[in-house]
Design a binder for this molecule. Structure first.
Ligand code: FAD
Length: 164
């Protein structure tokens, strides 16, 4: 199932090409991004808003920016953490902000973060709560970068420069 393309050819609205009244998230989509739990979760926010808009015969306003966030266990009680989207490759820095978990660096802290996520998944996300500072759209807070492109609320690509 291939969701509809944006004008730039990137898939954003989580809406099927075969029929406008079909939406898909998670592993069932043909979106060119990782098949991962975080992707299904982030797409969930977009699909709920867009189905509500569709039922009201309004334009679809929420877009998925391709946000992926994954721990990668590397053994010896260490892990990597990566955070990226359609426009931005995984960057170094910290997540979710300047004093968070190290990005693209093997560390014990990331392994502990992965263990703590089990509690957050069952007791925070599944009951329907958000994790503060972790949104569906990729944030550049804490990341080391020279320039980064991201989607604004209108689905337009904006490029920001400077380290944050
Ligand atoms: C071994 C493995 C390790 C992974 N590790 C990670 C990881 O560390 N981090 C990460 O982010 N992602 C990981 N993933 C990927 C992640 O699990 C998936 O991307 C995610 O679960 C997709 O969610 P989903 O809801 O789209 O699909 P699923 O979780 O597959 O849910 C689909 C559900 O639909 C049900 N179903 C299927 N057919 C029907 C039917 N006809 N009627 C009713 N129900 C049906 C299935 O039983 C299932 O419960 C891993 C995947 C695998 C296989």
């Amino acid at each position: 199932m291939k969701p509809r393309d944006g004008s730039d050819g990137v898939l954003r609205w989580i809406q099927a090409k075969v029929a406008p009244n079909i939406f898909a998230i998670g592993d069932a989509t043909g979106i060119s991004v990782s098949k991962a739990g975080s992707v299904a979760h982030f797409e969930g926010d977009v699909v709920v808003a867009n189905i509500l808009s569709y039922l009201k015969h309004e334009d679809l306003r929420e877009t998925f920016d391709g946000h992926v966030n994954c721990f990668i266990e590397t053994g010896d009680q260490k892990a990597l953490l990566i955070d990226f989207n359609y426009e931005t490759e995984p960057l170094e820095g910290h997540f979710p902000g300047p004093f968070g978990l190290p990005l693209l660096k093997e560390s014990r802290l990331n392994h502990l973060g992965k263990l703590a996520f089990q509690y957050m998944y069952w007791d925070v996300l599944l009951p329907g709560h958000d994790i503060p500072t972790v949104g569906s759209k990729m944030s550049i807070s804490g990341k080391h970068l020279l320039s980064v492109s991201r989607l604004n609320d209108h689905g337009e690509i904006v490029t920001e420069k400077e380290e944050v």
